[in-house]
Design a protein around this ligand. Structure first.
Ligand SMILES: NC(=O)c1ccc[n+]([C@@H]2O[C@H](COP(=O)([O-])OP(=O)(O)OC[C@H]3O[C@@H](n4cnc5c(N)ncnc54)[C@H](OP(=O)(O)O)[C@@H]3O)[C@@H](O)[C@H]2O)c1
Length: 321
């Protein structure tokens, strides 16, 4: 470990699940400063975005975390400053402003978090720290779904379900930048915002059935699941694909329609994140933080997340004042 100028506290605050439940089940506890393992840096958390996975984890609905993993520190997005690095880490000098999507178990709803250097990117040069926190998980999910799994190409027709939310807004912009024709399902009130981000066609899922107004789709990017995913077989073309962040699409239907179908879990990736941050710095990506909460008001933030229909990102700030 290198000599460091930043004085670390004796303990940190962390929001944990000790028992599954709703916002009231959250507990703010005191813990030791995380120890660094090889390849990790210690980040002082300045802002952390909320994602549906945080609520699912709190409620015991995230299949990868069970009673055996409790107590568990929540939080998967972070923006902050590097304050220590393990001896084997190259680069990432102390004082560097960074952002990251962290894997399970690290927990960014805390004063400090240990992050694998491979997950880090420089925070955007422009924009506030809350913007930096709002990018990683949602933007990487969109990027990986469209390109790593969906293989979206210029000129193709993509249908994005749930486009008004955290992941969807990034997906609309990435798909547009790659030269695809972007069709989305979303509530009517978000139509203008989604057109402005690059959606050529917005289908109001509350008053229209998308299969009656669109078809011949190369890629369905599904952020809704359930019946919406099942109905998507009516619009995907032969040789096309359904890629979902939610339920596993039917392989029987995939074979019947001559299409590919996959469900994936987004993963931390510092290189992809750096590319996305550059798009933001180049003015090619808009990031919408719709509400900010103080670190102490974490329960309020979870209550807001639980009411759904969030049209952008919710961010918890260490110093929200
Ligand atoms: N597998 C993974 O690695 C992974 C990663 C990230 C996210 N996810 C999952 O993917 C989903 C989307 O994530 P997110 O962060 O974007 O969530 P989000 O911010 O809550 O956005 C979801 C959006 O979907 C819209 N919506 C709801 N029902 C709809 C329907 N029937 N048709 C079209 N739009 C509908 C809602 O807006 P309205 O107000 O318009 O209804 C909402 O804004 C979540 O379930 C999340 O858990 C999975």
């Amino acid at each position: 470990m290198e000599q460091a100028a930043h004085a670390l506290p004796e303990s940190i605050r962390a929001w944990r699940v000790t028992q599954f439940g709703d916002a009231d089940a959250l507990r703010c506890v005191t813990l030791p400063v995380p120890e660094l393992r090889n390849g990790e840096v210690l980040v002082e958390v300045q802002a952390a975005a909320l994602n549906p996975v945080d609520l699912k984890t709190l409620q015991g609905r995230y299949p990868l975390i069970s009673d055996n993993d409790l107590p568990y520190t929540l939080g998967r997005d972070v923006a902050g400053v590097v304050v220590r690095r393990a001896g084997d880490v190259e680069g990432w000098a102390e004082g560097t402003r960074v952002c990251a999507f962290v894997g399970q178990g690290q927990g960014t709803f805390a004063d400090y978090v240990a992050v694998p250097a491979s997950a880090l990117a420089d925070a955007p040069r422009h924009g506030a720290i809350d913007t930096a926190a709002a990018i990683p998980l949602a933007a990487l999910t969109a990027w990986q779904g469209l390109f790593d799994h969906g293989k979206l190409q210029r000129g193709e027709r993509v249908l994005i379900h749930g486009a008004s939310g955290g992941v969807g807004r990034f997906a609309v912009q990435f798909a547009r930048h790659c030269g695809a024709h972007v069709i989305v399902t979303a509530s009517a009130q978000t139509r203008d915002a989604l057109n402005a981000l690059g959606a050529a066609e917005v289908i109001d899922y509350q008053s229209e059935r998308f299969e009656e107004s669109t078809g011949d789709i190369d890629l369905v990017f599904d952020l809704v699941g359930g019946a919406t995913q099942a109905r998507s077989w009516n619009v995907v073309k032969r040789g096309g694909a359904i890629v979902s962040t939610l339920g596993e699409p039917s392989q029987v239907e995939a074979a019947r329609h001559g299409a590919r179908a996959t469900r994936y879990t987004a993963s931390p990736n510092g290189k992809e994140l750096a590319h996305i941050v550059k798009l933001f710095d180049d003015g090619l990506l808009k990031v919408e933080v719709v509400e900010r909460f103080d670190f102490d008001a974490m329960k309020d933030a979870f209550e807001r997340l639980g009411r759904a229909h969030v049209h952008g990102k919710l961010v918890v700030m260490r110093d929200a004042a």
